[in-house]
Design a protein around this ligand. Structure first.
Ligand code: ARG
Ligand code: GLU
Length: 711
C-alpha cells in the first residue's frame, strides 16, 4: 500500500518533471516526417496548421517532401519551380561559387545573375539528393541477435544485416539505399534516395548582400544578411540523374513550392523542413561537462589563433582572400558557434539541469524491481566512460584541429601514395596524375600563410599536449624549407623524375613525409582506442535512451538529428530577454543600410542596392514600417534547427514557402545540447527579400516569372 502510493506519486512527479524538461513545449523537436500523422498532427493543427500530415510526407503521391532536398554535402534546398530551380543559402553555395571565381571573374565580390538558361554555369562536384522513401527496418536490423549476445557480436550482425539490406534495395530499386540509426541504435530506418549531379549556378548575390554582416553578425540577431543562392538541377532526357551534359534538361520535380509573398505576421504558424545534421539533446551531465570543459574550450582557443593569422593575410592580398574565403568561413562559423554554445550552457546551468534529470531517472529506476535490473547503474556507467576516454578524446581533438590544420603537412599523404605507386607498373601515369592533383592544391593555398598557422598552432600543441620533437620549431622550419611539397617548383622537379630509386630516396628523407607518417600512425592508434571507448559509451546510451523513453510515459521523444529529413514546427515570434529588452521578429533594408560601411569589407553594401533603397524602388516587395516604405530582410521563429538546416524551406500554415532558414540567434546556440524555448530562435531570410534582390538588384525577373508566387 505504502509502496504503491509512493510509486504512483513519484511516477506522476517524474513524468511531469520529465515532460517539462524534454518536451513540455511543443516547439522543441525535429520530428520524423513519416510519423507526423501519428505523433504531431493534432498538435500542429491546434497550433494553426491548415494542411495535413499527408501533404507534408506521402510516398504515394507528390508531397512537400519531394520539394525538399539535400543540397551539396551538408545543406538543404527547396524546389521553387517545375523547371529545376532550387533555392538554398548563399553560404551553402559558397564553396562552389568560390571555385568558379577568379581575379577576373570574382563572383564572390561581384555576384552573378544569369539572364537566361544559356548563361547558367555548371558547378562541378555539386549534387542535390532527394528522398524517395523512408521505412522502419528495426526488426530486420535486429534479426539474428539475442539479448544474451555481447554488444560487439550484436553489432557485427546488425552491420551485416545493414549491408545486405542496402545492397538488396539498391539493386532492386536502382536508388541509393542507406540505413540509419535513430535513438542511439534503438531504431533503424531505410532511406531510398536519388542524387543529381548536373547542378548549375543561376543567381548569387555579391558578398555585400549574401554575406552582409559577415562573421561579426553571424549567429546574431538582428540580422541583415541576404543569405540565398539559386541553382538549377538538370537531368537526362528521361528526367533521371545524369552526368553533366550541355543537352541535359531542367529537372521536373514531383513537387515544387508555391511561394507566398503576401507577408508574415508575428505568431503565424511556421515550420522548417530539412536535414539537420547533429544534436545531442539527451546527453548526461558528464557528456555536457565534456563539451564544456574539454571540447569547446580547445576548439575555441585553437581556431581563434588560426583565424587571426588567416584574416591578416586575406586582408593583405586579394588572391589569398579568394583562396581562403570558403575555408575561413566554415572555420569561423563553428568557432563562433562553440563560443555561443559554451556561454549558453554556462549561464543556463546545463550541467545542473542534466543532473536533475538524472537523479529523477535514477529514483524512477529504483522504484521498480524490473527497472532496477534493466536500467540500474546505467547513468553511472556512462559517467565512467567519459572519465575513461578523457585523454584520448582530447588528443584526438588536438590532432584534428592542429596537426591536420596544417594543409601542407596533411598533404604528406600524397607522398605516401606516390611511394606506393612507384612500385606499380603504370607508375608514370600515376606521377602525371599526382602532378595534376598538386597543381590544383597549390591554387588553394598560400604556403606562407600555412607556415604561419602551423608554427603558431604547433606552439599550442606543445604547451597543452606536451613536448615532442615532431612539433618542435626546428621541425616546422624543415617542413617549410626542405620538403619537396613546400614549393611548387621543387615539387615539379621531383615529380618529373622517372628514376624510381631517386624518387624513393627523396620521399624517405622528406621532413613532411616523416612528420605526416608519425602523426598518421599515432592518430590511427589513438582513434582505434577512442572508437572502442565510444562504442562502449554508445551501448550504454542505447539502454539509457530506452529507459528515458519509458520514463517519459511512452510519449514519443524526438530522435537527435542525424542528417535525415526532419520537420520542426513553431511560430514566427520575437523574444523577450531576461534582461528586460526584447527582439523584434523582423528586420528591414533600412536598418541594413544604416550598417553600411565602405571601409569594412563585411559591411560594404553594393552601391546599386543602396540606390534602390534611397529611391524606394522596391517594386512589388515594399512593406510599410511605421509609415515608411522599406523591404523586409529576415525574421525569427521558434523552430528547432541546427547545422544542416541551412537553406531549409520555412513554410506557413498553408504549406507555402515564406522564407529560407539560415541561422540561429546567439542566446540559443546551445540548443544542440539543450533546447530552451525562452532562448532559442531560428533565423530565416524573408522570401520577399530574395525575390526583390533577384528582380530589382539582379535584374532577373525571368526567374520570378518561372516561379509560382502569390503576391
Ligand atoms: N551560422 C550560419 C550557419 O551555421 C551561417 C554561416 C555562414 N558563414 C559565415 N562564416 N558567416 O551555417
Ligand atoms: N547556418 C547553419 C547551417 O549551415 C544553420 C543554422 C544553424 O546551425 O542552426 O546549416
Amino acid at each position: 500500500m505504502h509502496e504503491n502510493i509512493y510509486s504512483m506519486k513519484t511516477k506522476l512527479l517524474f513524468s511531469i518533471l520529465f515532460l517539462y524538461t524534454f518536451q513540455g513545449i511543443a516547439k522543441e523537436g525535429m520530428w520524423l516526417p513519416f510519423l507526423l500523422q501519428q505523433v504531431n498532427e493534432v498538435e500542429m493543427k491546434a497550433m494553426g496548421m491548415q494542411i495535413s500530415a499527408k501533404d507534408i510526407y506521402d510516398i504515394n503521391q507528390g508531397s512537400l517532401k519531394d520539394a525538399v532536398a539535400i543540397f551539396g554535402g551538408g545543406c538543404t534546398g527547396e524546389m521553387v519551380s517545375d523547371k529545376g530551380l532550387i533555392l538554398t543559402n548563399h553560404h551553402c553555395g559558397y564553396g562552389s561559387v568560390q571555385r568558379l571565381s577568379s581575379l577576373q571573374n570574382n563572383y564572390l565580390t561581384q555576384g552573378f545573375f544569369a539572364q537566361n538558361q544559356e548563361q547558367e554555369i555548371p558547378c562541378a562536384g555539386l549534387s542535390v539528393t532527394f528522398i524517395v522513401s523512408i521505412e522502419n527496418v528495426t526488426t530486420q536490423m535486429f534479426a539474428g541477435t539475442t539479448h544474451a549476445m555481447s554488444d560487439s557480436v550484436k553489432y557485427k550482425i546488425i552491420t551485416s544485416n545493414k549491408n545486405k539490406l542496402e545492397a538488396e534495395q539498391k539493386s532492386k530499386t536502382g536508388y541509393i539505399a542507406s540505413v540509419k540509426s535513430f535513438y542511439y541504435n534503438n531504431e533503424y530506418y531505410l532511406f531510398l534516395m536519388e542524387k543529381f549531379t548536373d547542378i548549375r549556378l543561376v543567381a548569387f548575390p555579391p558578398n555585400g548582400i549574401g554575406k552582409f554582416g559577415g562573421d561579426t553578425d553571424n549567429w546574431m540577431w538582428p540580422r541583415h544578411t541576404g543569405d540565398f543562392g539559386l541553382f538549377r538541377i538538370y537531368a537526362g532526357q528521361d528526367n533521371k540523374p545524369a552526368e553533366y551534359n550541355k543537352s541535359n534538361k531542367p529537372f521536373v520535380p514531383r513537387k515544387s513550392f508555391t511561394i507566398n509573398a503576401k507577408g508574415i505576421k508575428e505568431n503565424d504558424f511556421a515550420m522548417v523542413y530539412g536535414f539537420p545534421g547533429r544534436t545531442q539533446e539527451y546527453l548526461t551531465s558528464s557528456g555536457v561537462a565534456e563539451i564544456m570543459n574539454v571540447l569547446d574550450p580547445a576548439r575555441i582557443k585553437i581556431r581563434s589563433k588560426r583565424l587571426s593569422i588567416m584574416k591578416q593575410d586575406m586582408d593583405a592580398n586579394e588572391e589569398t582572400f579568394i583562396q581562403y574565403a570558403s575555408k575561413q568561413a566554415s572555420i569561423a562559423n563553428y568557432y563562433k558557434k562553440w563560443m555561443g554554445e559554451l556561454e549558453g550552457l554556462k549561464i543556463n546551468n546545463a550541467i545542473e539541469k542534466k543532473k536533475k534529470i538524472e537523479s529523477a531517472f535514477k529514483q524512477w529506476v529504483q522504484a521498480d524491481s524490473k527497472r532496477k535490473i534493466q536500467y540500474g547503474g546505467i547513468v553511472d556507467s556512462i559517467h565512467a566512460c567519459y572519465r575513461k576516454h578523457e585523454r584520448s578524446i582530447k588528443l584526438n581533438e588536438y590532432v584534428e584541429e592542429i596537426i591536420w590544420a596544417s594543409e601542407l603537412l596533411k598533404k604528406g599523404e600524397i607522398l605516401e601514395r606516390i611511394g606506393k605507386a612507384i612500385d606499380t607498373l603504370g607508375y608514370i601515369d600515376s606521377l602525371v596524375a599526382y602532378k595534376r592533383e598538386m597543381d590544383q592544391f597549390y591554387k588553394t593555398i598560400n604556403i606562407q600563410t600555412d607556415y604561419k598557422i602551423t608554427k603558431a598552432l604547433f606552439d599550442i600543441y606543445r604547451k597543452d599536449i606536451g613536448e615532442d620533437q615532431w612539433v618542435s620549431d626546428k621541425n616546422v622550419e624543415a617542413m617549410y624549407t626542405q620538403s619537396v611539397l613546400c614549393d611548387p617548383k621543387l615539387f615539379n622537379d621531383f615529380i618529373s623524375l622517372r628514376d624510381r630509386d631517386a624518387l624513393k630516396k627523396i620521399i624517405i628523407q622528406d621532413p613532411i613525409f616523416s612528420t605526416y607518417t608519425l602523426y598518421d600512425q599515432m592518430q590511427k592508434v589513438n582513434k582505434s582506442i577512442l572508437i572502442k571507448e565510444l562504442d562502449h559509451l554508445l551501448s550504454f546510451y542505447t539502454v539509457y535512451i530506452k529507459g528515458l523513453q519509458e520514463f517519459n510515459s511512452g510519449k514519443k521523444m524526438y530522435p537527435d538529428a542525424n542528417s535525415t529529413l526532419r520537420l520542426s514546427y513553431g511560430k514566427i515570434e520575437g523574444l523577450k530577454k531576461k534582461n528586460g529588452s526584447s527582439y523584434n521578429y523582423f528586420t528591414t533594408l533600412d536598418e541594413a543600410v544604416k550598417k553600411h560601411n565602405e571601409k569594412v569589407e563585411e559591411f560594404n553594401m553594393p552601391l546599386r542596392l543602396r540606390e534602390l533603397q534611397k529611391n524606394k524602388d522596391y517594386g512589388r516587395y515594399a512593406i510599410n514600417v511605421k509609415g515608411k516604405k522599406t523591404v523586409p530582410i529576415g525574421f525569427i521563429a521558434s523552430n528547432h534547427t541546427t547545422g544542416g538546416n541551412s537553406g531549409s524551406p520555412v513554410i506557413n500554415a498553408k504549406g507555402e514557402l515564406i522564407g529560407t532558414n539560415f541561422d540561429r540567434i546567439w542566446e540559443g546556440t546551445m540548443s544542440d545540447v539543450m533546447y530552451d524555448i525562452n532562448l532559442c530562435r531560428n533565423i530565416s531570410l524573408d522570401i520577399r527579400y530574395t525575390l526583390f534582390i533577384i528582380e530589382k538588384y539582379g535584374q532577373a525577373k525571368w526567374l520570378i516569372d518561372e516561379m509560382n508566387v502569390l503576391f
